[in-house]
Write a protein that binds this ligand. Structure first.
Ligand code: KIV
Length: 273
């Protein structure tokens, strides 16, 4: 087998994710917004890298994801794509780039694939986006769904509390997951819902269900990299496990650098020409 073919064999595709679910192998997903971070995430063997519209909060310093534009997402997705060899790269379609009509959705998704090089897009919502999902899939663009606490709807929800605790909302979510699968979605993210509901959803569909704040009984997990690294510390949801204290490490490094500059410790003779 040629080395290019070998590389392709190792590449994560939507088919690989489906096989992982069938084998009961959990899928590990993280976000990235630039080439350096994406390269590190990819080298760690993470299966899916999402260029999330959470970029609004953890990079742009905003309070919600709703103001992110398609141009912002194209920019960040192109940076990420450059750093990744193995993981499946999924790009978030931002708020109002796919909801007005199916043509808009196709154009937005097409730009993410052609201009930024992502291999799939993610959209939020259930039945309401299914027509767009069907068309995107039919033209060859894999689509990941997103249900539960969908941050683009924060102004409707009015709160970041756990979703679908009530039976009616839980029934709708379960139905939406089935409809997304029927429309051709290759995976579904479910965010901040009770574990038992997430378990039911994962059992109801063949496609992988990726949880964030949705407990352990799903087919994989996703976290925002800046949250799990302890780099973004403005708030700390209960579902985020911190695997680092990067904000603290960076702050310490900046302080030590400043002290060295002030005291003429930096640069020394080895660091000079
Ligand atoms: O934008 C994002 O990072 C996301 C994940 C939290 C799933 O949608």
């Amino acid at each position: 087998m040629s080395s290019q073919a070998e590389r392709f064999e190792k590449k994560v595709t939507t088919q690989v994710l489906r096989e992982m679910k069938a084998r009961g192998e959990k899928i590990a997903c993280l976000t990235a917004y630039d080439c350096t971070m994406a390269g590190l995430v990819d080298a760690a063997g993470i299966d899916v890298i999402l260029v999330g519209d959470s970029v609004a909060m953890v990079v742009q310093g905003l309070d919600t994801t709703v103001t992110v534009t398609l141009e912002h997402m194209l920019y960040h997705a192109a940076l990420v794509r450059r750093g990744v060899e193995r993981a499946l790269v999924v790009g978030d379609l931002p708020f109002m780039s796919y909801q007005v009509n199916v043509d808009d959705a196709l154009r937005s998704a097409g730009r993410m694939v052609k201009e930024a090089g992502v291999e799939a897009v993610k959209v939020e919502g259930g039945e309401v986006v299914c027509e767009a999902v069907r068309r995107m899939v039919r033209v060859g663009i894999p689509v990941m769904g997103h249900l539960g606490l969908t941050p683009q709807s924060i102004h409707s929800f009015g709160t970041y509390k756990v979703r679908a605790r009530e039976q009616e909302e839980a029934d709708t979510l379960l139905r939406d997951a089935v409809l997304l699968e029927e429309a051709g979605a290759f995976a579904i993210v479910i965010e901040k819902v009770p574990s038992e509901l997430a378990k039911e959803v994962a059992a109801a569909v063949q496609v992988p269900v990726i949880g964030i704040g949705a407990g352990p009984h799903v087919d994989g997990q996703i976290l925002v990299s800046h949250d799990m690294l302890g780099l973004y510390t403005r708030f700390h949801p209960r579902f985020v496990r911190r695997y680092g204290s990067v904000a603290k490490d960076m702050q310490d490094a900046f302080c030590r650098y400043k002290a060295d500059v002030r005291s003429l410790e930096f640069p020394n003779s080895d660091e000079s020409y």
